[in-house]
Design a binder for this molecule. Structure first.
Ligand code: SF4
Length: 365
């Protein structure tokens, strides 16, 4: 079972780091948690171009020129939880909707026509509306149309993940949102998500169920981003050690405007997000790093080849949003509004290969 250790000593060491320590940490290689703390330090902020260069070298070695492209497909925005930062929170008066299996398939086929081969199914946490039976039905209807179908839904039990794996789901994303327990308790006001420990153990349950890939992440803007980076590194290293057959990804969503008008507790500017991405790439050369359409097009384009390996594109964050023009009931507003064609063209124009599928569908059955 993963339990987050006290980070104060590591944090203190990082605060005292100087630029020589940062240069040493850059060369110390993968998996060194003290080096990660140094790479996240204020001293490392002054060496951002050097960090970018090292992260770029590692990304080129491990991933070549490829950038994977995916789209989220929102199935339902019903939610029993009250997360202070989220537009789907139970107390927000928004238009609620759950797609039927037929509607889900027709939204998915629209995405397929636009060129997507990898989709991420998203729901709020309302098992009575969008539980395992429903997810299984949707997965079975979609499995033969896509190279990869992933989920970002409520935390499930291992046997439930196993059921969904058999139905064609091969990847699970479940973000801790914040590893800071005090902040976690402050922003999770009602519902099952209030259980910090159950959530932190969820990636392990998904991996133990045989999922091919598991994604973890933090929502930036809730707690100190340097500490979140350290906690992510520790969680990732623990998962790798215990589930060596599973691939892992890390996401760094920054808070976006949403219903409820939540004000972030901390400011995370692009420079900070870049440092976090560079540091994690140096810490774990093989981890997939996700940069979603929450970020502006200019920033996403600028980060190509410097750490991120997976981009969403053409995203809509409301159920049925690909078929309808109005995006009523969206989870948050997006930063990069470009279509998949525009995103792929921007990636190609910088010398990278946008890849809409990540492995052949024949290999997953
Ligand atoms: S973050 Fe997830 S669990 Fe929380 S309110 Fe939004 S949809 Fe529900």
């Amino acid at each position: 079972m993963f339990t987050l250790p006290d980070l104060s000593l590591l944090r203190q060491r990082a605060l005292n780091a100087n630029q020589n320590d940062v240069l040493t940490a850059m060369g110390r290689g993968a998996g060194d948690i003290e080096a990660l703390a140094t790479l996240l330090s204020p001293a490392a902020e002054l060496l951002l171009p050097q960090l970018a260069g090292r992260a770029g070298e590692i990304t080129a070695q491990r991933f070549g020129k490829t950038t994977q492209i995916y789209a989220p497909l929102y199935l339902s925005n019903f939610c029993n939880n009250r997360c202070a930062y989220c537009g789907f929170a139970a107390n927000n008066k928004i238009h609620r909707r759950k797609l039927t299996v037929e509607e889900a398939v027709s939204e998915a086929l629209l995405l397929q026509q636009r060129g997507f081969q990898h989709i991420l199914l998203v729901t709020g946490e309302a098992p009575a509306k969008a539980g395992v039976d429903y997810l299984e039905e949707v997965a079975l209807a979609l499995r033969d149309h896509f190279a990869a179908v992933s989920i970002e839904v409520q935390p499930l039990e291992q046997h439930e993940y196993n059921r969904l794996f058999k139905a064609g789901i091969t990847a699970v994303a479940v973000y801790q949102e914040t590893y800071d327990k005090e902040v976690y308790d402050k922003v999770h006001l009602a519902g099952k998500k209030c259980d910090y420990q159950y959530r932190i153990e969820t990636p392990a349950r998904a991996a133990a169920a045989g999922m091919r890939e598991v994604g973890i992440g933090t929502l930036l803007g809730l707690a100190d981003w340097r500490s979140e980076g350290l906690a992510l590194g520790l969680h990732l290293a623990w998962l790798r050690k215990n589930f060596w057959r599973t691939s892992f990804t890390v996401s760094f969503p920054r808070l976006r405007p949403a219903a409820g008008a939540f004000e972030p507790f901390s400011t995370v500017v692009e420079k900070n997000l870049s440092q976090l991405i560079f540091a994690l790439r140096i810490f774990d050369p093989d981890v997939g790093l996700v940069l979603s359409t929450r970020e502006e097009a200019r920033f996403r384009d600028g980060m190509l080849g410097l750490g991120p390996t997976r981009y969403s594109a053409g995203s809509v964050t409301s159920p049925g949003g690909y078929s309808h023009e109005d995006h009523e009931g969206e989870q948050f507003s997006i930063g990069d509004q470009r279509s998949i064609t525009e995103v792929c063209a921007a990636i190609a124009s910088r010398g990278f290969d946008p890849v809409c599928k990540d492995w052949d569908v024949e290999f997953q059955h």
